[in-house]
Design a protein around this ligand. Structure first.
Ligand code: PEP
Length: 248
């Protein structure tokens, strides 16, 4: 899953989306590909990706239904543009917009109610990791979401583990480090119900063509949430190809 963040212009997007759609059509082994674009480009993504194997998504949704919330985008509005996925709780939103675990949970719920699949991001800062608080931090982030969802709803989400210290920094979690956290997340999901244990767990944080294969070979890593590298079709498609060979 690509996360373009606040990048893109109409002319560049056209090239990128067209190349990604063409490259993704050759992928096998059930690899699913998506791109989460800035809101103004949802219509363009819908126009260029409809009929391709690539799904498109939004990077955030409002916790509210439509109403007097200037600047917000309701999940239903994204659904109007054929959106499949909604990232919620990206660490940049938790950090710069002070989004609490409860707010992220409300957003996940709104996304599901609008027929979207939330990609719930969790992750610890370097300070939290070094103080041994990783499991407590991401456990709290995930539990808040699981608390407000029914078992059936919880089984329909995607979870992305993104250590904050690895996002956009060039530092990637070692595959074993990432696997340990994914195994912990899997156990937490299992507590909600047997079907919930099978939700796709994505790893995100400086995933590149060079490290994707080793990460995707880990038992509990089901895919990637890709920031910087999703802006270059060649790199993004190389990562998708690594998923094709390594995912189980
Ligand atoms: C992200 O934005 O979710 C991300 C993982 O970014 P990057 O791949 O650039 O570290």
């Amino acid at each position: 899953m690509g996360n373009w963040k606040m990048h893109g212009r109409i002319s560049e997007n056209a090239t990128l989306l067209t190349e990604v759609a063409a490259g993704a059509s050759a992928l096998q082994n059930g690899v699913r590909v998506g791109v989460c674009v800035p809101c103004p480009y949802l219509a363009q993504s819908q126009a260029l990706l409809s009929g391709s194997v690539v799904r498109w998504g939004i990077q955030d949704v409002s916790a509210h239904p439509a109403g007097a919330y200037t600047g917000e985008v309701a999940a239903e509005m994204a659904a109007d543009f054929g959106v499949t996925y909604a990232i919620v709780g990206h660490s940049e939103r938790r950090a710069y917009h002070r989004e609490s675990p409860e707010l992220v949970a409300a957003k996940a719920q709104r996304a599901i109610e609008a027929g979207l699949t939330p990609i719930v991001c969790v992750g610890e800062t370097l300070e939290e990791r070094e103080s041994g608080a990783t499991e407590q931090v991401i456990g709290t982030q995930l539990e808040a979401v699981l608390l407000v969802l029914t078992e059936k709803q919880a089984a329909s989400i995607v979870v992305a583990y993104e250590p904050v210290w690895a996002i956009g920094t060039g530092k990637t979690a070692r595959p074993g480090q990432a696997q340990d956290v994914h195994a912990f997340l899997r156990r937490k999901l299992q507590e909600k119900g047997a079907a919930v244990a099978n939700v796709p767990l994505l790893y995100g944080g400086s995933v590149k063509p060079e490290n994707a294969q080793e990460l995707f070979a880990q038992r509990d890593i089901d895919g990637g949430l890709i920031g910087g590298a999703s802006l270059k079709s060649k790199d993004f498609l190389a990562i998708c190809q690594a998923a094709q060979t390594e995912l189980h």
